[in-house]
Design a protein around this ligand. Structure first.
Ligand code: PEP
Ligand code: MN
Length: 263
């Protein structure tokens, strides 16, 4: 179902009036985690002013350490809904398990499946039953074929609105957090009709290198970007080192628009 051989025409995933995989590049931006009402509303106004069309922010966070901030849970979802109300931005937020899926689906416009859950086949089958688009992040150690098979699980369960997200894979390189596999963009667009977006923030892990790779992703044919932005990155509870300041995000958006117009 996910393959280009099955369906030749590009899939356009509709999120309200937005078309992901259509002519326009869509940028999903915002903090790693929803930390407070003020932090989220400020982020939302700022990413909207810079030209993003979707707001991202985790309310349930998959943290490596159990002692790290785990997210505001339902309160975080409520702040996301309030930000949507105020700005018109659509909401992308992660769902970590089947138990909290009904709650997350009540608030989200797009359900994010994180890299750690890409092969959680039970969860994939559950999101397949929900009438919401799914942003499926590539597993950090997943091959392109495994990633497409994960998309296949969601589609086989009846949900055809899958957006693929390349977010870096684990290699021997340690200077960057992961290695952004930009070659996956043209390869997946050849193998599949699904839209592909790129998350340079989690791939690289250092804010300084995010803008050039965002531009490169668009040049490589990505349908959109996922970018972490924080009003005050040095005080972020999660992923501060890779988060852009409002000023740097504005500058990234300007460069992205220029490349999008040029190709
Ligand atoms: C995130 O988007 O904040 C996140 C946890 O991403 P990933 O699953 O790609 O690590
Ligand atoms: Mn993050």
């Amino acid at each position: 179902l996910a393959s280009r051989a099955f369906k030749e025409q590009d899939t356009v995933v509709k999120v309200g009036d937005l078309e992901i995989g259509g002519k326009q590049i869509h940028v999903m931006a915002g903090p790693c985690a929803v930390e407070s009402r003020e932090q989220l509303l400020e982020s939302a106004e700022m990413v909207k002013a810079a030209g993003a069309t979707l707001l991202r922010g985790g309310a349930f966070k998959p943290r490596t350490s159990p002692y790290s901030f785990q997210g505001l849970e339902e309160k975080g979802l409520q702040y996301l809904a309030e930000a949507r109300e105020k700005t018109g931005l659509k909401i992308v937020t992660e769902v970590m398990d089947a138990g909290t899926l009904p709650l997350v689906a009540e608030y989200a416009d797009i359900l994010q499946i994180g890299t750690r859950n890409m092969q959680n086949f039970f969860l994939l089958r559950e999101v397949a039953k929900v009438d919401k688009p799914v942003l499926l992040k590539r597993g950090a150690s997943a091959t392109i074929e495994e990633w497409l098979m994960a998309a296949e699980y969601i589609m086989a369960g009846g949900n055809y609105n899958v957006i693929l997200c390349e977010r870096g894979i684990r290699t021997y390189e340690t200077f960057t957090r992961n290695t952004l596999d930009l070659s996956a963009v043209p390869v997946v667009k050849h193998l599949s009709h699904l839209p592909v977006i790129v998350d340079p923030s989690h791939a690289i892990g250092k804010w300084r290198f995010v803008p050039p790779m965002a531009v490169a992703a668009v040049a490589a044919g990505a349908d959109g970007l996922l970018i972490e932005v924080h009003p005050n990155p040095s005080e972020a509870l999660c992923d501060g080192p890779q988060s852009l300041t409002p000023e740097n995000f504005q500058s990234l958006m300007k460069d992205v628009r220029a490349v999008a117009e040029a190709i």
